[in-house]
Design a protein around this ligand. Structure first.
Ligand code: HEM
Length: 441
């Protein structure tokens, strides 16, 4: 390498807009990994050369990213959040993240998948591995491939690599986001707004701090003149504080936090943002299952406060219909049902058999108008039920929450399930106002 070799030069990009311009410019691509043709299929080098993440060629990248998107479409953020909120404490968060993703993807033996992904992730981003580490990573990639590839065609192998890549991409970054959020709140989570906390952590203390690009040709981008081969490094932390200092946020993607490059931008922008935030939220909620339930009750009552505006037409959701009274009935019955299960199991008894008609039936009482008096009664009922739950869960040790007596889910998972179901029932009616009433049947 000579001193005039452009690959020897690298520029640092601290600004949000310049950083975004670099990431959006198709002539600036991730630094390529070794040629896939030179690496034996199933090795770490092969994985790096085959995943979308390090693919610079636009056509190959689009094809590979499309494979990753197919897998991602199977990962419902709501399910991921519940699974994370109900997962046992004490395990490495990286392991938990990957185990949950593998489970939701239907991969055999999610525990073994998580073990292998942790081994791979150690060498996925950095090339400085000892021969023993390379051997372990190669074996882990090969074992993952046997679990994910259906056939032996080149296309299936390429698709399988994207599935593995997705798990590796999720592993460290998601766990680091949780770690940084805990670091930002040493006295425990502030009540309510985990979304706002995560958005702030992503801006100020992001899990991925630098993104690199190499110029395929001479190119001018933002305030930078780059020569072919030159490398630019985007400083994600500096870009976050640049925006807080008044950067232009007007062109950011709708529905995403504008103040950060934490999930990248452009063709390689992280496609797993919704899944990452859901997992991180669940892992933070897991620390306090009692609060999961009381906060879910508070969210129900927040929505229910708008239900006196209901015009009497049931709302169709999935294959059921809902009304305000029915949603409140289901919320209360769900709290009672699982509390009875928990108490029975603690007492060493079999829970009552399930004879609920639940959402399958809509009773005449469900169809009644929802009055301010009904709202008041619901508030008194549900707040008390939430407190009974919280007091019971608060009195249990982590061991009882995670290795709970009797058959069935752990009590921590039960709490996460109850909280998620409460959101579901209340969300079925939603926040009623003029615009929301248009969806009614
Ligand atoms: C807090 C957690 C996460 C952060 C901060 C994060 C961040 C990022 C960033 C910055 C990139 C772009 C890299 C670049 O442009 O060079 C990226 C790419 C990617 N991420 Fe994430 N990620 C997270 C979690 C996840 C999760 C949970 C998944 C999947 C379930 C995922 C899947 C991917 C994939 C497949 C790519 C490669 C996309 C491509 O190159 O086209 N990430 N991520």
């Amino acid at each position: 390498m000579t001193i005039s070799d452009p690959s020897a030069r690298s520029s640092r990009v601290p600004g949000y807009l310049d950083g975004r311009a670099v990431l959006d410019q198709p002539l600036l691509v991730p630094e390529p990994a070794a040629d896939a043709a030179e690496a034996p299929a199933g090795s770490l080098a092969w994985l790096r050369a085959t995943v979308a993440r390090f693919t610079g060629d636009a056509q190959a990248h689009a094809r590979r990213r499309a494979h990753a998107m197919v897998q991602l479409a199977r990962l419902d953020p709501r399910e991921l959040r519940w699974a994370a909120a109900g997962s046992a404490v004490g395990a490495d968060d990286r392991h938990t993240v990957v185990r949950i993703l593998a489970d939701q993807l239907g991969l055999p033996d999610p525990e073994a998948v998580a073990d292998a992904v942790l081994t791979v992730s150690a060498g996925y981003f950095c090339g400085d591995l000892t021969p023993a580490q390379v051997k372990a990573a190669d074996e882990a990639v090969a074992s993952l491939l046997t679990r994910t590839a259906r056939k032996d065609s080149a296309e299936d192998l390429e698709a399988a690599a994207q599935g593995i890549g997705l798990l590796v991409q999720a592993c460290d970054a998601t766990a680091r986001l949780v770690e940084h959020a805990r670091r930002a709140t040493p006295d425990g989570l502030p009540p309510g707004d985990t979304d706002a906390l995560l958005a702030e952590v992503l801006r100020q203390d992001p899990p991925v701090t630098a993104l690199r690009r190499r110029a395929l040709a001479d190119v001018r981008v933002g305030g930078l003149d780059l020569r072919a081969g030159e490398v630019v490094v985007i400083d994600v932390i500096a870009a976050g504080s640049d925006v807080s200092a008044g950067g232009d946020q007007s062109d950011s993607d709708p529905g995403t936090d504008p103040a950060t490059l934490a999930f990248g931008s452009g063709p390689h922008r992280c496609p797993g943002q919704a899944q990452a935030l859901a997992l991180a939220t669940g892992l933070l909620e897991r620390d306090n299952p009692a609060r999961q339930v009381t906060e879910a009750v508070a969210r129900v009552l927040d929505l229910a406060a708008t239900w006196t505006a209901w015009d009497g037409r049931p709302l169709a959701v999935d294959d059921r219909v809902y009304t305000p009274h029915k949603a409140i009935r289901r919320v209360a019955d769900h709290l009672v049902d699982h509390l009875a299960e928990l108490e029975a199991r603690l007492a060493g008894r079999e829970p009552q058999p399930d004879h609920w008609h639940a959402s399958a039936t809509t009773t005449p009482a469900d169809l009644a108008p929802f009055t301010p008096e009904d709202l008041d009664e619901a508030r008194s009922r549900l707040v008390r039920l939430g407190r009974v739950w919280a007091d019971r869960l608060g009195a249990l040790s982590d061991a009882q929450l995670d290795r709970s007596p009797g058959a069935g889910w752990s009590f921590r998972l039960l709490a996460a399930h109850v909280a998620g179901s409460l959101d579901y029932y209340a969300g079925a009616v939603g926040r009623l106002g003029a615009a929301d009433l248009e969806e009614q049947v």
